[in-house]
Write a protein that binds this ligand. Structure first.
Ligand code: GLN
Length: 249
């Protein structure tokens, strides 16, 4: 059994070691005997719903976002259809912003988004930088924490009724105002958390991988637990830093 992973714009949207998320997804899949068919999706390359089980897009400066925004907009319909049909998606920071309706950068220029996630983003004057800690409940009754690092000028506002990824325990989150971070729609997750995110939050890597397998096989797998002592201690350190200083300009 294998999963097919589509990495959007790895040459443009890849700051703060976001590529590390792919390494975690690949390693944890292979440790469980799940094949990992990694494919990049660049400028001008087509997206065919059903081909990929899991999409990934990283973060980037305004300049890099502007270089891919039009091309991503042209991929909008097949990506929305792919998520409607159950494909998983992890989008980080600049990539997360472009999955919404638009990103208005500090110059006032409006970059089109693909409207996959129900939100919009407007850049503010002061960057929101620092360690972040969230409380999430992606599955009813299963509360978990996510720890990472944020660095963004964009303030993201979720639509009425939209589901955030989590509640901010420490840090700025989407906009430093409403106490929420990220956005989730079916198996698509958007977040401002860099770090990279997944090495210190392996449960989210497993959550995405299980849905990618379900997309390919039609059945939600029971992934065998892995010995995550290192990962858990990395999250503890990150969480302590966030509690100590997260969310302050
Ligand atoms: N350029 C966007 C912003 O400043 C995203 C930054 C990022 O991906 N870290 O908000």
């Amino acid at each position: 059994m294998k999963i097919v992973v589509g990495h959007l714009y790895p040459d443009y949207l890849n700051i703060y070691a976001d590529r590390g998320n792919i390494a975690v997804l690949e390693r944890r899949a292979r440790w469980r005997g799940i094949g990992f068919d990694y494919r990049t999706i660049g400028l001008g390359e087509a997206v065919r719903p059903g081909e990929h089980d899991l999409y990934y897009v990283g973060g980037g400066q305004d300049r890099e976002q502007a270089l891919v925004a039009q091309d991503l907009e042209a991929k909008g319909q097949p990506l929305r259809e792919a998520v409607d049909r159950g494909a998983a998606f992890l989008a980080v920071c600049g990539g997360y912003q472009l999955l919404g309706r638009f990103y208005r950068d500090r110059s006032g220029a409006e970059l089109p988004g693909i409207g996959l996630l129900p939100h919009h983003t407007v850049a503010g004057d002061r960057r929101m930088i620092g360690d972040v800690l969230l409380e999430c409940e992606l599955d009813p009754g299963e509360r978990r924490t996510l720890a990472g690092f944020e660095n963004h000028a964009g303030r993201t506002y979720l639509d009425e009724g939209a589901e955030p990824l989590g509640r901010v325990l420490a840090g700025f989150g989407n906009n430093g105002e409403d106490g929420f971070e990220g956005c989730r729609l079916r198996a698509a997750v958007g977040t401002y958390l860099h770090g990279p995110l997944l090495p210190r939050n392996p449960w989210l890597a497993d959550w995405l991988t299980a849905r990618a397998v379900a997309h390919r096989t039609g059945a939600m797998p029971e992934l065998e637990p892995l010995p995550d002592e290192f990962e858990d201690s990395a999250q503890r350190v990150s969480a302590e830093r966030a509690r100590a200083r997260g969310g302050r300009f």
